[in-house]
Write a protein that binds this ligand. Structure first.
Ligand SMILES: Nc1ncnc2c1ncn2[C@@H]1O[C@H](COP(=O)(O)OP(=O)(O)OP(=O)(O)O)[C@@H](O)[C@H]1O
Length: 313
């Protein structure tokens, strides 16, 4: 994958084998605010895509287009190659959204009822909907909450139930708006692991809008940088997070791993590895650097001993 920089001009956004294809959509809200402007966005099978951008850049607006909550004022959204104009139900079947505020999503008297709502709405029998809901709750580790009232759950528990509610509909893509923003570190880690499992075990592609660049670097296969309602760059986390120009242009902060690596390069005057992006990458990089140093130091010591033995010193 190579980094793609989008220009301000209308660019071709050719369709391929992707699950979702958003072609240069413009969305203008009723009050005239521009939510999306000349956007080219794709979701491929089996990937986690991060939408990163400043407040108001258009991440939530894009996410709400992905499952038909909003429709483009201009342009086209295709899911599995089919134009989705006026086909909201078909979008829901394939693409689920987990909202930033769980309370916007939960409404039923019990957790089980809530998670069954989607499958029932899709036409499943009560028995099949119950089975799908129980499986989804099990997948996110929330089976024990089935008979609880959603209102009384903690923020972390509500987030799990919201993910289960979407998962129960067996979508091909799940889009999550700020999935970990209001969670403690332990629950954030649980949600992060669920996102990985959705991709790895269930083959579901996940789109996350986030301000957490550390998480985006650890988790995403691809990062789309959003600014002023457009995607201005699309590439691997390393491509994006080691590109000072893109970061400055979009107001994004470097992840801590990249910051630490650059500090190591500055202090040691070397570039011991190629753009580490996860803590594990960085640890391996430092290990390699230390091994190299040890080898060099050992070589120097052996040479001095030889010089000494031959009377050179
Ligand atoms: N319902 C709405 N009515 C009018 N304008 C809106 C509405 N929702 C969003 N906007 C405007 O659309 C633009 C994009 O907003 P959006 O919420 O998509 O950004 P965002 O990147 O998700 O921001 P944040 O990171 O703060 O959640 C902003 O200028 C915003 O003010």
């Amino acid at each position: 994958m190579t980094l793609h920089r989008f220009t301000n001009q209308h660019e071709a956004c050719p369709e391929g084998q992707e699950l979702i294809h958003v072609d240069c959509v413009s969305h203008t809200y009723p009050d005239g605010s521009v939510g999306i402007h000349q956007m080219c966005f794709r979701v491929h099978p089996g990937e986690i895509v991060g939408l990163c951008g400043a407040n108001g850049s258009g991440k939530s607006t894009l996410i709400e287009h992905l499952n038909g909550l909003l429709e483009p004022s201009e342009g086209r959204i295709a899911v599995l190659g089919a134009d989705m104009k006026g086909r909201r139900k078909d979008i829901w079947k394939n693409v689920g959204i987990v909202f930033q505020r769980s309370d916007d999503q939960l409404f039923a008297p019990t957790v089980l009822d809530d998670v069954m709502f989607g499958p029932i709405n899709m036409g499943l029998s009560i028995a099949d909907a119950k089975k799908a809901a129980e499986e989804a709750l099990e997948t996110v580790g929330a089976a024990h909450l089935a008979q609880k009232m959603p209102n009384y759950l903690s923020g972390g528990q509500k987030r799990l139930v919201c993910i289960a509610g979407v998962l129960a509909m067996k979508p091909k893509v799940i889009a999550m708006d700020e999935p970990t923003s209001d969670l403690d570190p332990q629950h954030a880690e649980i949600v992060e692991q669920i996102i990985r499992d959705l991709r790895n075990r269930h083959g579901i592609s996940v789109v996350i809008a986030t301000h957490d660049m550390d998480m985006a670097a650890r988790l995403c296969d691809r990062i789309c940088v959003v600014k002023g309602g457009s995607i201005i760059a699309d590439g691997t986390p390393a491509d994006v997070f080691y590109d000072g120009q893109i970061l400055a242009e979009s107001g994004l902060k470097k992840p801590r791993v990249a910051e630490t690596y650059e500090a190591i390069c500055r202090v040691t005057g070397t570039s011991p590895c190629n753009r580490p992006i996860t803590p594990e990458d960085l640890a391996l990089c430092v290990e390699e650097m230390l091994k190299e140093r040890l080898k060099t130091n050992l070589g120097d010591t052996q040479n001095s001993s030889k010089d000494f033995a031959s009377g050179g010193i």
